[in-house]
Structure formats: structure tokens, C-alpha cells
Write a protein that binds this ligand. Structure first.
Ligand code: FO1
Length: 313
């Protein structure tokens, strides 16, 4: 069990579950959660940051656990009236959730950095660990499909991940700076870097595309451990397996290990895939990685932190 500082790299729903597990087993000041912002987009004039909100709502215990995104106990008056006015109804904004987007947009327009707004919202929701956007500069994930380029939310929500993906790029990443909190975490003493089980290609790669991040992780004294987002040849949630097939990649943990490459010190494989552990090219922990209950989340978090302690030894 690590008592030291832990940096978690996180995308949307799958990542948020492990971030919650880590937040429940670590002192709040020992955990920094850096979140993907490549999904962010401007919609109805509002700057929407889905993964930041998924992580923040999850850590605050406010998230809709069925969908994994948005708030629990939502009402949808805004959407009903937007639809009656002929507005774009493909992206659902709950009435409670809407306040987050309106207030974030107001503050960003007033010149506040995304990191500051994110930290303030997390504080107001009683969240202890630091929740940090990967960058305060705009980075936009673009999905290249047979039918042309799609903004992430158009691919993921409007078109329900149906288009076949031929490539993915992160517009703005090469000139974006990692956020101050991200840089501080990478420069600080860390006991572990945990790559949460988010989609590597859509949700983790934007973070790794920021200048200097992959190198910093590859050379970091702390063990970098990724939890497999693939179990039994399929993704727990989302388009990871379909995407890998379309990119011509075998839907196996070995593909994920190769994708993360030399930055990886350890890989966490689900018990169902124990026979795939040999020759993975990274130290491997085999445990339950499917997080249905809170105990699953804290159990996986503890197992990963103990694994990190063994790798440091
Ligand atoms: N995902 C959907 O599949 N349908 C939606 O209508 C939807 C709305 C939405 C609103 C706010 C928010 O923070 C997330 C939302 N998501 C929705 C999820 C969003 O597409 C995320 O980007 C995914 O969770 C992938 O990270």
C-alpha cells in the first residue's frame, strides 16, 4: 500500500471508476487526477468538458452510475424545451449539469484558466484530491473516418461510434502546454503513476501527445502502471475493441502494452486473461479489473498501489 504521492491519468467513465477507488484508499493530498480534455467542445455556445465533469461528479458521488456521465437524479426540462425550439438535441444536457457548463463558460470567457475553474468546482463539491485538466490550452480529438473527419462528440455521441475509424489526431496538442498541476505532479516525488482503464487511443493518447509528457513518464523514477481496458477481448464499455479492429490492431492486452511502449513499468491484467500474461513485455499483475461495486474499485486501487510498491522495491 503506497503512502506516497500518486498521479492518475484518466479519461472518461472507465478511468473515473479507478480514480474513485484511488480517492477512497489514499489521503486526499496524496492523489492528483489528471483528466483528458480532448473530448471538450463548444456546443450551444457552452464550453463542455465531459471527462472533467465525469471525474468530478464521480469523485463527488454525484454521477449517474447507469450512464457513467452527467449527474444522478437529473431532470430534462431544458432539453425538452430546446427540442421544441428545434435546437440540436443529440447531446443531452441535464438541468443540473447545465449549471456546470454555463458557469464554466462564464468564467472561461472572463479569462479564468480551466485548471482554476476545475479546482474551484471540485472544492465546492467537497472533493479532496486534485482534479486537473491535462492542459489549459484547447486540444481537440479528431476522429478520421471513411466518411471524413469527425469532432470527437460527433463521432462518439451523435454518430454513436458507428463510423469506421481510420485514424485519430489531437489538434492543438503539439502547441499545448501540460497544465500547471500536471507539470507539478510530474516534477514532484511520486510513488506511482496509474494509467486508468480508459480508452488508450481516444482518452489517454491526448495526454501523451502533449509535449514532454511521454518522455517524462518514460524517465520517471516512479513506476508507471496501466490497467488493461480490454478484458476477454472486449472493452468493458465504449468503442475500444471496435476501434482497435478498425485500426487493424489485435484486440489483446499485448496490443495495449505495445501501444504504451517504454513508458510502461507494469500492466494490470484481468484474471480472465491470465493465460495472456506471458511475454507481455512488462511486469504484470493479475487481478479483478472489472469494477462493478465500490469494493471492486477500492480493491483494484489497493492492488495497483501494492504492485507499484513491489516495482519500486
Ligand atoms: N454521452 C452520450 O453517449 N450521450 C450523451 O447525450 C452525452 C451527454 C453528455 C453530457 C455531458 C457530459 O459531461 C458527458 C456527456 N456524454 C454523453 C458523455 C460524453 O460523450 C463523454 O465524452 C464520453 O463519456 C467519453 O468520454
Amino acid at each position: 500500500m503506497s503512502g506516497g504521492n500518486v498521479l492518475a491519468l484518466c479519461g472518461g467513465v472507465g478511468g473515473a471508476k479507478l480514480a474513485l477507488g484511488l480517492s477512497l484508499v489514499l489521503p486526499p493530498e496524496k492523489l492528483t487526477v489528471v483528466v483528458n480534455t480532448g473530448d471538450d467542445f463548444t456546443h450551444l455556445g457552452l464550453r463542455i468538458c465531459p471527462d472533467i465533469d465525469t471525474v468530478t461528479y464521480t469523485l463527488a458521488g454525484l454521477s449517474n452510475t447507469e450512464t457513467g456521465w452527467g449527474r444522478a437524479g437529473e431532470s430534462w426540462e431544458f432539453m425538452e424545451n430546446l427540442r421544441s425550439l428545434g435546437g440540436p438535441a443529440w447531446f443531452n444536457l441535464g438541468d443540473k449539469d447545465l449549471a456546470t457548463h454555463v458557469e464554466r463558460t462564464r468564467r472561461l470567457m472572463a479569462g479564468e484558466a480551466l485548471s482554476a475553474v476545475t479546482a474551484d468546482f471540485a472544492g465546492r463539491l467537497g472533493i479532496g484530491p486534485a482534479v486537473v485538466p491535462m492542459s489549459d490550452d484547447e486540444v481537440a480529438t479528431v476522429v478520421e473516418t471513411d466518411g471524413g473527419d469527425l469532432a470527437f462528440q460527433h463521432y462518439f455521441v451523435r454518430d454513436r461510434c458507428e463510423p469506421a475509424v481510420r485514424g485519430i489526431r489531437f489538434e492543438g496538442a503539439e502547441s499545448a502546454m501540460p497544465s500547471p498541476g500536471f507539470i507539478a505532479a510530474l516534477r514532484g516525488a511520486l510513488d506511482a503513476v496509474v494509467v486508468c482503464p480508459s480508452n488508450p487511443y481516444l482518452s489517454v493518447d491526448p495526454l501523451l501527445a502533449l509535449p514532454g509528457v511521454r518522455e517524462a513518464l518514460a524517465h520517471h523514477a516512479a513506476p508507471v502502471i496501466a490497467v488493461s481496458p480490454i478484458v476477454g477481448g472486449r472493452a468493458i464499455k465504449g468503442p475500444t475493441a471496435k476501434l482497435m479492429g478498425e485500426l487493424g490492431l489485435a484486440v489483446t492486452p499485448a496490443t495495449i502494452v505495445r501501444h504504451y511502449g517504454d513508458m510502461l513499468d507494469g500492466f494490470v491484467l484481468d484474471s480472465e486473461d491470465r493465460d495472456l500474461a506471458d511475454g507481455l513485455g512488462a511486469s504484470t499483475l493479475i487481478t479483478n479489473t472489472v469494477m462493478k461495486t465500490i469494493e471492486d474499485r477500492t480493491g483494484l486501487a489497493r492492488a495497483v498501489l501494492d504492485f507499484a510498491a513491489r516495482l519500486r522495491a
